[in-house]
Design a protein. Sequence first.
Length: 394
Amino acid sequence: MQNSAAKPHWTDLPPTWRWVIGSAIQAGDVVLKLSCVALIGASGWVMLDKDTNDRFTLRRAIPMVNAAAQGQTFASPIVGKSLQDLVDYKPAFGQSFGPETGNQRRYGPHGGVDFDCRVGGCAGADVASPIAGHVSAIRKIGTSVNGASYQIHIQGQDWQGAVEHQLVHVDSILVAIGDIVTAGQIIAKVSPTDSVSTGPHLDWKIKRNGAWVNPQTWAVQAIKQNEARSAPGQPIPDDLLKRAIGRAEGTRDANGNPTHAFFGHRDPGWSGRCQNQGTFSYQHCAPSPEAADASWLGTLRKAEQDIQAQAQAKFGQPLSQAALVAALDGYTQSPNAGTMFVRHLPTVDPTPQQIIQARTAALQASRRAKGGPPMNVPADQQRRVNAVLEQLGR
């Protein structure tokens, strides 16, 4: 068998062949690099949506929060003003008319309503989420002669299903894309920038199934939904207490199922000989997580009666369901602070922010009474209240 001819070395090739082969290799390398750049660029462009007005919106896919309307509270986007205040407000001509009214804004069709200083929408006013849901987009807008402001999109559910609320002309933003928010949670402030020529204001828009919804019409129905919530004074079902407080404790997931912490975990702040067990992180050596739950539920039922008695004495009526569950969660976290919760509430049906403030004040008062230093608790209280209200909205 004859040996095959030896392969020529690169240096043995004629100069013309070396030039052709080298050029082909170089061209292939360039194509490969450009392909990689194009792939990376395309991936980045998916995250950056540039509309015709050169406004930029960062977006990402986020699962819809499963918050049915039953038991959910809806809130005014202007802190300090009620939904009824916004229903009663009569916008000036040329300022705010949605397509459903049959009128058009001087600068073109307008999907929402502008709320200016006449109804609390002054520069620097606190802006709240009207619904429970998640932050799906934060968009920078540049129509102002005095500078840019932003708009925040909140996606959630109401009595008709999926809905998106857009709060426009805001700054000092306190949330990020993907954050879970509750109705009434402060998320930004009204921007001082002058949008076109109307002056500082909050532009509230609502979109359902791709169509604009009149925010004032929505507010009328939201008021009815709030009034139709569970009657105050009724005992809280065991299952609801377990889901809500367990979610705040981290012993149950969003669907109410036990997590690994339910079966036993060590609390960093507890020096006892027994691990925490059960839904409520019970610390007193129960024989099982189920026994721990039964024991603490008995304690909570007594606390429930005492808390409602305080509310009756202070306000002449019992707490709303949301306030009561939040109170019992606070009692679970600190029984001493839980007994002080009602005295810091301004009403029997507080907003989420008022619940957070009352719980924070109660914990600080309890801390002072025991001679301990102040604690930085607002962030933890917001987390716990959000978790509780998330479960009330399911």
